[in-house]
Write a protein that binds this ligand. Structure first.
Ligand SMILES: Nc1ncnc2c1ncn2[C@@H]1O[C@H](COP(=O)(O)OP(=O)(O)O)[C@@H](O)[C@H]1O
Ligand SMILES: [Mg+2]
Length: 350
């Protein structure tokens, strides 16, 4: 995995009490419980059923300015619920959410945010140009600015060829691209994307990955949810893995991947049978690849192994920390949380 380049632009003007830039998103102990009241009339008297769904059970995380932050988790983990609360579309049951130090509903904050919902919906009979022009007006962009930005954005998301086609003739992937153009319309400091790769073919996914990295190079912050781990592994500075409404792992992706593995790989040539036996004594696993040896062992034994190799006159080609894959961490966390689902049912009188 290649680490993305450091952001280049200056942080936003708002500053924390300590003088540093305020985090783009700060979520503290966010909980969301949905209450569904249903009427049931199965056999005799109608009765109400109150169903409570614990969608999110106390999530905390911080997205710093300039980061690409991946919000990962299996279906039903609570990602969309958390994102909707950050976008002021639903209210937390408890907990605090702040964007640049302000409540999510603050108009100043909304001006700085671009948002792609999980299921973007646009009026079918409009054309991309028309729908983007409508959103541009909502953001108060003047006519010349709208024209310029809309042209640029349609080009950027690969929809220039379809700018005069009504949206009812768009494929799922094309609507997704339009949703991303709409999210970028106000040149936001913070881009929030709920499953941005959904419905896209491999080229589309590559385009969106590139677009996210471009935003990062401009110094913008990108917060996105996904269950496509290879995308997250290529893009993110930091990730949270959410399972059943709680954060199971959180941190810099590089730390998460290295610390998980705890093993070292040594590639070398000229390893005698005696050296191999001596390394096996240390618990090393050895594979012979042509004239080379591929040795993996516990990271705490790296120095001892290297001393033995050097003393035996072997020629060392590479020593590297083995990284875990995001997928293996994800699967471990998701399977480790196989508790019963969060909803419970109460019966009331009819
Ligand atoms: N409006 C709602 N009413 C009732 N339950 C909901 C509602 N929205 C989401 N849920 C439930 O909350 C849980 C988390 O959903 P969601 O946040 O959409 O997960 P994710 O985006 O991670 O797939 C799921 O069990 C889902 O069924
Ligand atoms: Mg979702």
């Amino acid at each position: 995995m290649t680490a993305p380049a450091a952001p280049s632009s200056s942080p936003p003007s708002s500053a924390s009490p300590t003088g540093g830039p305020l985090p783009a998103i700060a979520v503290r102990d966010f909980q969301k419980r949905f209450t569904l009241v249903e009427l049931e009339r199965l056999f005799s008297e109608p009765s109400t059923i109150v169903r409570r769904v614990e969608a999110v059970r106390g999530i905390s995380f911080t997205v710093d300015h300039g980061q690409v932050y991946g919000f990962l988790g299996p279906n039903g983990a609570g990602k969309t619920t958390t994102i909707k609360a950050c976008m002021d579309l639903i209210r937390p049951t408890s907990g605090v959410i702040e964007l640049y130090g302000r409540p999510p509903g603050d108009p100043v904050v909304k001006q700085r945010i671009g948002y792609l919902p999980e299921h973007p919906y646009f009026y079918d009979y409009l054309k991309p140009q028309e729908i983007l022009d409508f959103f541009g007006r909502l953001f108060g962009l003047d006519r010349a600015e709208r024209k310029k930005r809309i042209g640029e954005l349609l080009e950027r998301v690969g929809l220039s060829h379809a700018q005069n086609r009504a949206l009812r003739k768009f494929s799922k992937g094309m609507l997704q691209r339009l949703g991303i153009a709409q999210a970028l319309l106000n040149d936001p400091d913070l881009l929030v994307l709920d499953e941005p790769m959904s419905g896209l073919d491999p080229m589309g996914r590559r385009d969106i990955r590139e677009l996210i990295l471009e935003e990062r190079r401009k110094g913008k912050t990108v917060f996105f949810s996904t269950h496509v781990l290879s995308d997250a592994e290529h893009l993110c500075d930091r990730v949270a893995i959410v399972v059943r409404g709680t954060v199971r792992r959180e941190g810099l992706l590089s730390d998460l991947l290295v610390s998980e593995a705890g093993r070292t790989q040594i590639l070398m040539r000229g390893g005698t049978p005696e050296l191999q036996a001596s390394l096996r004594e240390l618990g090393a696993r050895i594979e012979v690849v042509g004239a080379s040896l591929d040795i993996t062992l516990d990271a705490t034994l790296t120095n001892s192994a290297l001393e033995r190799c050097i003393a035996a006159g072997a020629s060392i080609d590479r020593v590297s920390a083995l990284r875990d894959s995001l997928e293996s961490i994800f699967v471990r966390e998701a399977e480790g949380a196989d508790a019963p689902a969060g909803g419970h049912v109460e019966r009331g009188d009819g």
